[in-house]
Structure formats: C-alpha cells, structure tokens
Design a protein around this ligand. Structure first.
Ligand code: ADP
Length: 458
C-alpha cells in the first residue's frame, strides 16, 4: 500500500485552516456563552415575573374568596331576616285573626253593593246565622227599609271622608225581630279592591238600660212632683194651722194676763201661779208652732234671705235682754266689741240663731258661766257661745242637729224645747252661706261656733 504523501505546504495550509476553524469555534463558543448568559438573565426576570404574577393571582383569588364569603354571609342574613319577617307576619296575622274571631264586636268586610266577604262569629251570631250562611247574604237584605236613606247618607260620608258612623240603626234578626246596633266603618284597600270594613256593636242591653233609666227617671220625676205637691200641701196646711192655733193661743196668753191682773186686784194670790203656768205653757206652745213652721218652710225651700244692714252690738244687746230672763243661777259674760260696727246679712235669722244657742246654753247650765264672744273676721261674723253646763257626749254630738233630737230628756222636761232649735239654726246658717260647729265634753260644757258671711259696712 502506498502511503499518501502530504507536502509541507499542504500541511501548513491544513494547519492554517484548522487554526481558523478553532478561532471561529472559539468565537462561536464565546457567542454561545454570551447567549447563554443572556438567556440565564432573562430566565431570572421571567421567573420573577412569574412569581409576581402568581402572587397577584393568589391575592386576587383570596380577595375574591373573601368577597364571596362576605356576600354569602349577607345573603344568609337576608334569608334569615326574610324568614324572621315572614314568621312575624304569620304570627301577626294569626294574632289579628284571633282578635277578630274572639271580638265581641261584630266585624265585617263588605263591598259597596252590600256583598259580604268576611265576617267574624260575633257578627253572624248577632243576626242569628252561621258564618257560612251570613256570607251568602247581602247587608241590604237584613237592613229595615226605614234606614235606607239614612244608610245612603252614611255611604256618601264614607265616599267623601273615607269613614262613616258611628250611628245607630237596627238589623233584622233571622227570627224576624229587630236588633239595635251601633255601626262605624272605613274604606280599606284589600288585594287591589276598595272594600268597607265595619264594626257593629249589639246595643240591645244598652238600649234596655236606657229605657229602664228613662222610665226610672220619669217615675222619679213623677214621685218628685207628688212629693212636691205633698210638701206644698203640708206647708200650706202648717201655715194655716199655725195661724189658726196662734190666734186662740194669743187669746189664752192675753186672757191669762188679764186674769192675773184681776187676781192681784181682787187679792186672789193663790190663782197667780196657776195663771203663770197657763201663760208659760201657752208661750211654749207658741214657740213650738213657730219652730215647726220654720222647719216646714226650710223643707219646702221657702225661706228667703232678707239681707239688711245691722249693728252687731245692737243685735247682741237685744238678744241678751231676752236671755237674761232665763239665766237663773248662771253668770253671763258678753264680749262683743263695739267696733265690729255694722254688717250686712239677714239680721232676723242671725238673731234667731244667737238666741237659740244662748237659750240652750242657759237651759243646759245649772250653776255656771256662759260666755258669748262676738268677733269680726274679714267679711265673716263669728259668734262663739261657751257654757260650763252638762255637755254632750261624742256619740250624741252627731245627732243634735237632726230635727226633733233631744239628748237629755230630763232637762228638756224641765226647760221645754222642741229639738228643732239647732236644726233651724244650722239650716239658717247654711242658707246664709255659713256654718255651725260644736265642741263639747260631757259634764264640762260646750262651745258652739257660728260663722256667717256678712259684708262689713263699717
Ligand atoms: P231644744 O229645743 O231641745 O233645745 P235644740 O235643737 O236646740 O232643741 O237642741 C237639741 C238638743 O241638743 C237639746 O235637747 C240638748 O239635748 C242638746 N243641746 C243643745 N245645746 C246644748 C248645750 N249647750 N249643752 C248641752 N246640750 C245641748
């Protein structure tokens, strides 16, 4: 085999080529390395971006999840609220249904043409029907004709104001009789329709009570008229009788006086005490007659006020003159300041009251002291009569102003009296706008205080 022979030149050229190739390769390698570097750099950036994008996505997902969770919670709450409201509504409806059902007042929902849509048991019962039966009726059917125009008037009111009544009318019961009722109502919108809601009260009992009351009033008025007539007749009778009794009594007293003078002239001394007794008894009878007359006048309300101006000290003096005759062993102290001056009241009545109180004090005090204080307090005249006599027990105090009340019979027997003096005095005080009060202790004495409004004229 023949070995191929290369020349030096060829080898050099080969070497040169190889060198060039090496240089190229190393440049390529360099370039590749640079590219690798660039790629590595880019890969980092890319990775960072990827991480960022990933993180962003994660946070977005978390946010969205949270939003969704919140929305879900809200939704759940809304559902719960809705359920609660629905429950409350249902409960409310049940509550109102029970109220309507149990109401003693008749309740009815109707149309303007009188068709009944809903009624409660009380309404049906009032008319004598069952609820089903009544719903087949029209309310004009059980309304008496005489109320038609009145009802129409109420309907016009309903149209204008949205309400009607309350007014009274009657319904025809299933059995045919009339049931008095009281109605009132209003327009309501129910499922898009304008309806009338009416309350109907059965007023049968009330009407019965009204009739009974009217009848009672009428009979009371009748009784009052009869009583008034009887009272008038009594007053007239008493006035006539007192006149009829007084005339002969005055004659008896007068003739007893004449007889006393004759007896003295003719020296019939023995007769004088008997004649005195006739006179005293006659005078006592006169007093009783005038007391009874006063009481009957007060009862018939025929006592008039006779107001006049009078001097208080003067009036007291006149009373004392009469009282002093009754004093026997008693001491009388009168405290009446002159500067009370003049007052304005019914002097006759004031005098009679004072006389009654002082004569009682004298009657019921055997050996003691009687004090009269006359005071002026603003526009009031005040008399205070105090005695140290027999006194009145607490339980008897309650009765002494009642007519014909005499607490102590023994003293009354001794001193006379009718049991009318305090009644008359108290009534006179009342008529004059004043009052009498009393304080007393059994065995120690009594104080009667009189207050009378009397405009001061000083
Ligand atoms: P009479 O005409 O009997 O005095 P009155 O109405 O004046 O009638 O009095 C009624 C009764 O009240 C008297 O009967 C007496 O029992 C009692 N009474 C009135 N005033 C006094 C007094 N000052 N002291 C004790 N008792 C009195």
């Amino acid at each position: 085999m023949q070995e191929e022979q290369f020349s030096e030149e060829q080898l050099l050229a080969e070497l040169k080529t190889l060198r060039q190739q090496v240089t190229e390769l190393s440049r390529e390698k360099q370039q590749l390395e640079m590219s690798l570097e660039t790629i590595t750099e880019h890969a980092d950036v890319f990775e960072n971006q990827l991480v960022e994008a990933h993180n962003l996505l994660e946070s977005r997902v978390a946010l969205r999840t949270q939003e969704l969770a919140e929305k879900n919670l809200l939704l759940e709450q809304e559902i719960q609220d809705k359920q609660r409201i629905e429950n409350a509504l249902r409960e409310n409806e049940e509550y109102y249904r029970t109220l309507i059902k149990e109401s003693l007042i008749g309740l009815v929902l109707s149309r303007f043409d009188g068709t009944l849509i809903e009624v409660n048991p009380a309404y049906a019962q009032m008319l004598g029907y069952s609820e089903e039966e009544v719903l087949k009726l029209n309310f004009w059917g059980f309304t008496p004709k005489k109320y038609s125009s009145f009802d129409e008037g109420q309907f016009r009111k309903l149209e204008v104001t949205g309400r009607y009544g309350p007014y009274e009318k009657e319904y025809i019961h299933k059995r045919g009789y009339l049931v008095p009722v009281m109605l009132s109502g209003l327009i309501i919108d129910h499922k898009g329709e304008r309806l009338i809601w009416t309350n109907v009260a059965d007023i049968t009992d009330q009407k019965k009570a009204e009739t009974a009351l009217r009848q009672a009033k009428e009979s009371a008025e009748q009784a009052k008229k009869v009583a008034e007539m009887a009272n008038r007749a009594k007053s007239t009778f008493l006035a006539n009788m007192s006149h009829e009794l007084r005339t002969p009594l005055n004659a008896i007293i007068g003739y007893a006086d004449i007889l006393k003078e004759d007896a003295e002239d003719m020296n019939y001394q023995d007769m004088i005490p008997d004649l005195d007794k006739i006179q005293t008894a006659g005078k006592h009878l006169l007093e009783i007659i005038s007391d009874v007359l006063d009481i009957s006048r007060i009862e018939a309300e025929k006592i008039d006020l006779n107001l006049n101006e009078f001097d208080v000290a003067e009036l007291v003096k006149e009373v004392i003159i009469v009282i002093e005759l009754m004093l026997e062993n008693n001491e009388l102290e009168v405290n009446c300041s002159l500067d009370i001056g003049k007052m304005y009241a019914d002097a006759t009545k004031v005098k009679q009251i004072l006389q009654n109180l002082l004569s009682n004090a004298a009657k019921f005090t055997r050996n003691g002291k009687i004090i009269l204080n006359a005071i002026r307090h603003a526009d009031n005249l005040i008399f205070e009569v105090t005695d140290s006599g027999i006194g009145i027990s607490q339980e008897q105090l309650q009765d002494i102003f009642k007519a014909f009340t005499q607490v102590d019979n023994s003293t009354t027997r001794k001193y006379g009296g009718t049991g009318l003096g305090l009644t008359i005095s108290e009534q006179f005080c009342r008529i004059m706008g004043g009052q009498i009060t009393v304080r007393s202790e059994l065995g120690k004495g009594s104080t009667f205080t009189v207050q009378i409004p009397a405009v001061v004229q000083s």
